[in-house]
Design a protein around this ligand. Structure first.
Ligand code: OAD
Length: 238
């Protein structure tokens, strides 16, 4: 089990050029969430939804990990088996920074999934409603992302990891979307020290022991140094 669990949200990728959802000019001020991020919206207009995710996939491919992503990868490398990232982000910047123990609870832009048989495969840059599934050949292809009204991935494993963690941090997330917003309470229940890293206070700030206000690229490397200083490198996770 990992001793350090880090929850990340759109704010960690903001300085890589990927838009957040709820900040000024965020994605949800430009798009109707009901139309592009729900199963009902996809049934109504699959082309519109594919176009939305195709654009985000292009942005993601052009983006590069920033100092916050690389600091977290350094933490994992220094404490093998003791660090887990749980991300709400569908981008692949944690992986490209070198993190390996990553759970993408809201899915991944770079994966496609068949809505009929559930086969998953690497997403092409451009997806369209009539793309056939490579397994069952039906045209029910969707991005492998979790939409509102769907259940996030790997919740059982996340709960088990939090039950055993000693240090928890939430980075760049507004605490407005559940169940992610409630993970800090699970970490608290396990007795973990909980730090919130954000440019501003959030709806769930009161649930944390410590707050580091500032840009993730500046603050996360400092928090990683703190976590490394208090960690026991010999306490291998499993
Ligand atoms: P939000 O857009 O709701 O929140 C982003 C947070 O990042 C805000 O609290 C900002 O203050 C903070 N922030 C912005 N720039 C930052 C920076 N450079 N450094 C540190 N913090 C910064 O994004 P999420 O909380 O990730 O779900 O949103 C959660 C979910 O809602 C997403 O996964 C997505 C969305 O709807 C689905 O699509 C299912």
């Amino acid at each position: 089990m990992a001793r350090i669990v880090v929850l990340t949200g759109a704010g960690i990728s903001a300085e890589s050029g990927l838009g957040t959802f709820r900040d000024e000019n965020g994605l949800w001020s430009q798009y109707d969430l009901e139309e592009v991020a729900t199963p009902q919206g996809f049934r109504r207009n699959p082309s519109l939804v594919h176009d939305f995710y195709n654009a985000r996939r292009r942005n993601c491919a052009e983006a590069r990990p920033n100092a916050a992503h690389t600091a977290l990868a350094r933490l994992e490398a220094a404490l093998p088996g003791q660090t887990l990232i749980v991300t709400q982000n569908v981008d692949d910047l944690h992986h490209r920074a070198g993190s390996r123990n990553v759970i993408q609870m809201h899915g991944a832009l770079m994966r496609a999934r068949c809505g009929a048989c559930n086969r998953v495969w690497p997403a092409p840059m451009h997806m369209a409603p009539d793309d056939p599934c490579p397994a069952c050949r039906r045209a029910a292809t969707r991005p492998d992302v979790v939409w509102f009204g769907e259940i996030p991935y790997h919740m059982d494993r996340i709960a088990a990891e939090l039950a055993d963690c000693r240090v928890f941090a939430a980075i760049g997330t507004s605490g407005q979307v559940w169940p992610a917003a409630g993970l800090v309470m699970e970490a608290r229940a396990a007795g973990a020290h909980c730090t919130e890293i954000n440019t501003t206070q959030t709806d769930v700030s009161g649930d944390f022991d410590a707050h580091l206000l500032g840009l993730a690229s500046r603050v996360v490397p400092d928090w990683v140094a703190w976590a490394l200083a208090r960690a026991d490198p010999g306490a291998a996770g499993g």
